[in-house]
Design a binder for this molecule. Structure first.
Ligand code: AMP
Ligand code: GLY
Length: 424
């Protein structure tokens, strides 16, 4: 079959590598793709928000299945456009993708269906929000309700800081319309765990756990980023935590969406925080995480196409989802200055060391192929993943492999997965 992947980051590269392993697949296209994806897929120069052009392409090229990677096209209704044209596509419809696109929606859903989450209030106007903050306990968390590249969450230590956050989201519109509505919620402490789940509208199957490192600098210092590295599985996601989440979070979320007439088909990413009072949901995403996909997918035993087709056809209950009994660590190589100002267009050398090296992967996030050379083309440039029997061995492997690659202004965190080592 022919598969089209929509997106062009490290997540889509990880999806492409998994798709490429399937015996069912003869040809992969990726729109727009990137320099690394181009090695296994034909990259097509169409943007992720050009729904009609993408659907035209799928129709003209007789694509059997389209997989949507990023949040923006999902929230914008790309799946609805494909379905209306009778094209087979994997991802939630617009009415279901709202679980990520509106934090106000997801918080209200959790409250209505008793799914554990931080206490909160939503606001549509800055005066009400500021009045509320006068008597609210600190620290507190102020969030833009809409999509803001993972950057619309502000943790505030003081009332003044929180009021400034409200002003910057709602009045200065730092994240545009994403801040028209905000959520103000209780500050929680605990270990964070990401669990990505396959969903067919009725059934939900959680994958192995992962943990992201969102801050730019070692020791969780610096600005929030899209993610500087991940490890999988999380030793903090114990069997008890898993059981609790299966009973109180995953299945209840599926049923809640169904009850609301918003059947969720696709990948539900559950961002959890393990507090003293038990696991709570921090956020939902309606897609694979980036860079969570870069550690979870390399550990999956199943043929990804079989699992995705079961989701689309509503028979996920027939799938025996299995992961290797091993571990993976992904270290993001970024351009110095990310997530603020950074340079692009630097030549990357050393990538060939990953060829035919089954325990090592280099996923391209922001690269492009120009005149036969691979150049940097974004803040997050590459994700270097190593698989090994334990997190510590995978971690050492990943850091060793980061040395095979060089480009000007290469930057990475040096402590991805290190807290696991300290935990033991
Ligand atoms: P979100 O996009 O909602 O997951 O928020 C991004 C990050 O902000 C999370 O991964 C947490 O590290 C942090 N965060 C969000 N909400 C809370 C909260 N209620 N308490 C503490 N930290 C939070
Ligand atoms: N790594 C976090 C995310 O994909 O949202």
């Amino acid at each position: 079959m022919k598969v089209l992947i929509v997106g062009g980051g490290g997540r889509e590269h990880a999806i492409a590598v998994s798709v490429n392993k399937s015996d069912k697949v003869d040809k992969i296209y990726c729109a727009p793709g990137n320099g690394g994806i181009a090695e296994i897929a034909e990259c097509v120069d169409i943007g992720v928000m050009e729904f009609d052009k993408l659907a035209d392409f799928a129709e003209e090229n007789k694509i059997d299945l389209t997989i949507i990677g990023p949040d923006d096209p999902l929230a914008g209704g790309i799946v609805d456009v494909f379905e209306e044209r009778g094209l087979r596509v994997f991802g939630p419809r617009k009415t279901a993708a709202i679980i990520e696109g509106s934090k106000a929606f997801s918080k209200n859903l959790m409250k209505k269906y008793n799914i554990p989450t931080a206490a909160y209030e939503t606001f549509n106007n800055p005066d009400d929000a500021i009045r509320y903050l006068e008597s609210a306990p600190m620290p507190i968390v102020v969030k833009a309700s809409g999509l803001a590249l993972g950057k619309g969450v502000l943790i505030c230590q003081t009332c003044e800081e929180a009021k400034d956050a409200v002003r910057s989201l709602m009045i200065a519109k730092q994240f545009g319309d994403a801040g028209n509505e905000i959520v103000i919620e209780e500050f929680l402490t605990g270990r964070e765990v990401s669990v990505l789940c396959y969903c067919d509208g009725t059934h939900i199957k959680p994958m192995t756990s992962a943990q992201d490192h969102k801050r730019a600098k070692d020791g969780d210092q610096g600005l929030n980023t899209g993610g500087m590295g991940t490890f999988s599985p999380s030793p903090f996601y114990t069997d008890d935590v898993k059981k609790f989440c299966e009973e109180n979070v995953y299945q209840p979320t599926m049923l809640a969406m169904k009850a609301e007439g918003r059947d969720f088909v696709g990948i539900l990413f559950v961002g959890l925080i393990l507090t003293e009072d038990g696991p709570k949901v921090l956020e939902y995403n309606a897609r694979f995480g980036d860079p969570e996909a870069q550690v979870v997918l390399p550990r999956m035993k199943n043929d990804i196409i079989e699992v995705i087709e079961a989701c689309i056809d509503g028979r996920l209950d027939e799938v025996d989802l299995q992961f290797e009994d091993n571990a993976a660590v992904c270290v993001v190589l970024a351009s110095a200055g990310y997530p603020e100002h950074y340079e692009k267009g630097k030549e990357i050398v050393g990538l060939e060391a990953f060829k035919d090296n089954t325990d090592f992967y280099v996923f391209h996030a922001g690269t492009k192929l120009e005149d036969g050379k691979i150049l940097t083309n974004g803040g997050r440039v590459l994700g270097v993943t190593a698989v090994g029997p334990t997190i510590n061995i995978a971690r050492r492997g990943a850091y060793r492999a980061t040395e095979w690659i060089s480009f000007e202004n290469k930057y990475m965190r040096t402590d991805i997965g290190k807290s696991v080592e300290e935990h033991h």
